[in-house]
Ligand binder design. Structure first.
Ligand code: SF4
Ligand code: SF4
Length: 145
């Protein structure tokens, strides 16, 4: 019998919903100042129906979306690591002491790179934040930009 070989693709947990193969793995609740992600039991494909449901709000304001990491195609990639999660660790506080019940963990690039330190900061992250504090802006800006 032929053995099934799983293709190793790390997922970016702060992906744009427009990307092909994107899946929703969390829903954002709370306030812009104090967001909190509710993690879904199973990731759901990002569909036009989901996008229409939340319109006029952008999907990235209400959903956490994962898609294959773009590596060198991403402004946050430093040639080896994801610079975005490194800044998250450096600048953002932990918001829980337990691992959130996240369905994409096995494939998550941030988990693979930074393990629990990324997960305990992850629930406060909103991909699109139209009212970002200076602090969030600083975290999301690649070094040297
Ligand atoms: S380098 Fe980081 S921010 Fe860029 S796509 Fe990969 S995981 Fe996402
Ligand atoms: S950093 Fe942790 S909690 Fe966040 S998406 Fe990755 S595995 Fe899930």
């Amino acid at each position: 019998m032929e053995e099934f070989v799983r293709e190793e693709t790390s997922l970016c947990p702060s992906a744009r919903p427009e990307l092909a193969d994107s899946v929703v793995f969390g829903v954002i609740s709370g306030t812009v100042k104090q967001a909190h992600v509710a993690y879904l039991k199973q990731p759901q494909p990002m569909t036009d129906e989901l996008i229409a449901k939340v319109s006029p709000v952008t999907p990235a304001e209400v959903f956490r979306v994962a898609a294959p990491c773009a590596n060198s195609g991403c402004q946050h990639f430093n040639g080896k690591d994801c610079g975005l999660v490194m800044r998250v660790l450096e600048k953002m506080p932990a918001v829980t002491d337990k691992l959130p019940p996240c369905s994409i963990r096995r494939d998550c690039r941030w988990w693979q790179q930074e393990s629990k330190a990324a997960c305990i900061r992850c629930p406060q992250i909103i991909t699109d934040n139209y009212n970002p504090s200076e602090f969030i802006r600083e975290v999301a800006t690649p070094t040297g930009a």
